[in-house]
Ligand binder design. Structure first.
Ligand SMILES: Nc1ncnc2c1ncn2[C@@H]1O[C@H](COP(=O)(O)OP(=O)(O)OP(=O)(O)O)[C@@H](O)[C@H]1O
Ligand SMILES: [Mg+2]
Length: 232
């Protein structure tokens, strides 16, 4: 089994004026390729900080982080942006779709940044939208879609670059129970098809859909995923 995420001794200290906050105090986290892991923790425990580092939106103050075999712990902004675009599909609580663009255009966007030709972009975006069950909504704008449908568009956008990792931050936080079930079904399906998924949530029933769970308290992890690392 190859490791998708390999974090050792990751620390993040924020210095705001004279106040120092140790948001992460030595995180060791290993996630195998093909795993589906939820990260749970109370408010202020460091979830968003950890998600930013996993997603290469920020770098650790200390420690080492390898994503899909590449050490990303001391990369520049520009290198991190490249890694993000190539390796990670993001799903956010608030969808983050562009309101003026159709579902199709929204899903095509990451491919525009990746320099894919217009014809191939369209083909791949249509396939991704079909995969999330929205083949009949590709010309709709976000405002013409339900919340659950909008989140499915954002899952299609996360998938379209064929990323190594899907990273979801409270993906069901703005959804009703029906749409929540739809998104969780979709994640289960994607994981069965071999995708690695890391999902951050503070809801235990949402977290229980993942194969493994880790808990973060006050900047420290309490458990390793059952199926990860040496356990396999
Ligand atoms: N940019 C920042 N600058 C300074 N301190 C920060 C910054 N971001 C987070 N913190 C501090 O780091 C700690 C962890 O914050 P974080 O946002 O990671 O928590 P969280 O688990 O995501 O909480 P929530 O569930 O409320 O979103 C908190 O004490 C917070 O005040
Ligand atoms: Mg947070």
């Amino acid at each position: 089994m190859s490791l998708m995420l390999n974090m050792t001794g990751v620390r993040k200290t924020y210095a705001t004026g004279a106040v120092k906050v140790e948001a992460l105090r030595g995180i060791d986290l290993k996630v195998n390729a093909g795993d589906y892991v939820s990260i749970m923790g109370p408010s202020g425990s460091g979830k968003s900080t950890l998600m930013h580092i996993i997603g290469c939106l920020d770098v650790p103050t200390a420690g080492r982080y390898e994503l899909d075999g590449t050490d990303v712990s001391s990369m520049s902004e520009k290198q991190l942006a490249e890694v993000r675009n190539r390796k990670i599909g993001f799903v956010f609580q608030s969808f983050n779709l562009l309101a003026s663009l159709t579902a199709l255009r929204n899903v095509e966007l990451p491919l525009v940044y990746a320099g894919v030709s217009a014809a191939e972009r369209r083909e791949r975006a249509l396939a991704a939208l079909a995969k999330v069950g929205l083949a009949d909504r590709v010309q709709h704008r976000p405002g013409e879609l339900s919340g659950g449908q909008q989140q499915r568009v954002s899952v299609a956008r996360a998938l379209v670059t064929n990323p190594a990792l899907i990273l979801a931050d409270e993906p069901t936080g703005n959804l009703d129970s029906h749409s929540t079930a739809e998104i969780l079904d979709l994640f289960a399906e994607l994981n069965t098809a071999g995708r690695t998924i890391v999902m951050i949530t503070h809801e235990a029933d949402v977290a229980s859909h993942a194969k493994d769970a880790v808990h973060i308290y006050d900047g420290l992890l309490l458990e390793q995923p059952v199926g990860a690392g040496a356990a396999k």
